[in-house]
Design a protein around this ligand. Structure first.
Ligand SMILES: Nc1ncnc2c1ncn2[C@@H]1O[C@H](COP(=O)(O)OP(=O)(O)OP(=O)(O)O)[C@@H](O)[C@H]1O
Length: 497
């Protein structure tokens, strides 16, 4: 039924397993048909803690410790027999579903098919940018097409390589290239041939090209969450990676055809590319828009058989779809909620999933949403959001709405204090306004009276203190004295008045 050949990421966490770590609920797959990573964090479900055997008596996990205590074995067995699930993999976002379960997306599917068809006759492959909010099917569509191309190529003795990288993981260009080397090496069953440290990034690129050239006739690099590839001293590591990979074919570093396909949620991504990358990357831009409640409903209906027959009460799917469409029509969220609802039902010993289980799952999701989202942001976005929240948090007289100009000056001060590159005002504003998609804030432009121009203002939908604490816990910003930030905020607000 399903090809669950990919690893997971943090997104599969059940609501109770979310911690103050980077558990941004986004998904991707590494190389098809297998993965290259070992740090698998997915699949932690609500019932996992029942089987860990922690605490007293854990060492004697296979037998009953006393007559009135239910053994771990019995609990495991009873959990299985009570399960509301028939095929739980179908409601894990990382599972690559069969194409007959894909709902809509005909236009995007067509474009990706047209672009990758040349792999079948060895002609040139274009670069692509798959752009759209989280959970709108970008990974699903490109991987579904690649899966078919791999099969077709195999039958014609053509070697088509699918080399995927989730750019959220590596912390530098160097690490990203090393991971690509490792992914190809694993796929073709050879040693990476370069050490992780001690050699230059150029040497790693050379090894990557050598492997690709030796083992593939054509290749697609799928770079998921491309905008998150930033290094500690290089906010533009994503540009460097796109620049190098997209030139590899024309420079003759790779003889076969190459498609560099980048996936991002960030609508202004191309504006952040440096000019070198912009001129060499040049992708076919394919947009993935939000799902509405009806589409989410259809997506869930197509996975109804994840549950045992009769285990879903009538209102469950419409309610999960309605919750899923509340933010921005994220299919991953809807699928997570669907699974969590089932897990909550199981926990309560119920053999049917009811509306109440869905509501409990949604409450737990909301509790952790902001934390997960902010933790998963790239450093520069965190910085921009932090500076904006700081205006409200540190002001002696907090403004109802945060003037973008004030936020930008605070942003510059913070970036310089921690030796981070500071971007221009437009980029700061873009990074902050993007957070509207995730419900973190709203913005508006309004005049300040005659002759005083039109200004952009932000209003936070989240507690500024919670945002500040989350970013501080996860970055160098925490090292700046709060009094310093406070005095900059108040001085800038006075200047604005
Ligand atoms: N049109 C669809 N039909 C069926 N399932 C879908 C559809 N779109 C998305 N899904 C499911 O939703 C989940 C998230 O999709 P996917 O990983 O492709 O999103 P994405 O746009 O790549 O998100 P992100 O940008 O966060 O990585 C997956 O489990 C996928 O199978």
């Amino acid at each position: 039924m399903t090809d669950n050949g990919t690893e997971g990421r943090g997104e599969g966490d059940s609501p109770e397993t979310v911690t103050n770590e980077n558990t941004d609920p986004r998904s991707a797959q590494d190389t098809l048909p297998h993965s290259d990573e070992s740090e698998d964090t997915t699949g932690e479900d609500l019932d996992d803690d029942l089987s860990t055997g922690q605490g007293e008596g854990a060492e004697d996990a296979s037998s009953s410790s006393s007559s009135d205590q239910i053994s771990i074995r019995e609990r495991l067995q009873s959990q299985g027999s009570n399960s509301v699930f028939a095929d739980k993999d179908l409601v894990r976002p990382e599972t690559i579903i069969d194409e007959d379960r894909i709902v809509g997306r005909d236009e995007q599917l067509e474009r990706v098919i047209d672009n990758l068809r040349p792999a079948l006759d060895g002609s040139g492959l274009p670069n692509m940018l798959l752009n759209g909010p989280s959970g709108t099917g970008k990974s699903l569509i490109v991987n579904a097409v690649c899966k078919q191309i791999i099969d077709l190529c195999e039958s014609q003795n053509i070697r088509f390589g699918v080399v995927s990288l989730n750019c959220e993981r590596p912390n530098s260009l160097d690490q990203a290239v090393y991971r690509l080397v490792r992914t190809v090496a694993d796929d073709v069953g050879v040693e990476p041939g370069v050490p992780q440290t001690g050699v230059s990034t150029d040497q790693k690129f050379e090894r990557l090209y050598e492997l690709v050239d030796s083992y593939y006739d054509s290749v697609i690099f799928i770079l998921d969450e491309i905008d998150l590839l930033v290094g500690p001293y290089d906010d533009n590591a994503f540009s460097s990676l796109l620049y190098q990979l997209s030139r590899a074919e024309s420079l003759g570093n790779i003889q076969g055809s190459v498609s560099v396909t980048a996936l991002t949620n960030y609508t202004h991504f191309m504006e952040d590319l440096n000019s070198r990358a912009e001129s060499s990357f040049n992708p076919d831009d394919i947009f993935f828009d939000d799902y509405d409640a009806n589409q989410l409903r259809a997506i869930l209906e197509n996975r109804r058989d994840a549950f045992k027959e009769g285990a879903l009460q009538g209102d469950v799917i419409p309610l999960v779809a309605a919750f899923g469409s509340q933010t921005h029509g994220d299919a991953r969220k809807a699928i997570d909620l669907f699974r969590w609802s089932g897990e909550i039902a199981e926990r309560e010993g119920s053999d049917v999933v009811a509306e109440d289980h869905v509501r409990t799952a949604q409450e737990k999701y909301d509790e952790n949403r902001t934390l997960r989202h902010v933790n998963g942001l790239a450093t520069q976005k965190k910085l921009a959001l932090y500076a904006t929240a700081a205006v409200q948090h540190f002001a002696d007289d907090p403004p109802e709405k945060i003037p973008a100009g004030v936020g930008y000056n605070v942003y510059q001060f913070i970036a310089q204090s921690i030796d981070s590159e500071d971007h221009n005002r437009e980029t700061y504003v873009n990074k902050v306004t993007e957070q509207k998609t995730y419900g973190i804030l709203d913005y508006e432009r309004r005049g300040r009276g005659r002759g005083r121009g039109v200004h952009m203002f932000f209003s936070l939908n989240e507690d500024p203190e919670a945002l500040i604490n989350t970013v501080e816990a996860d970055s160098r910003i925490g090292s700046i004295e709060p009094e310093m930030i406070q005095s900059v905020v108040n001085a800038q607000l006075r200047k604005f008045e």
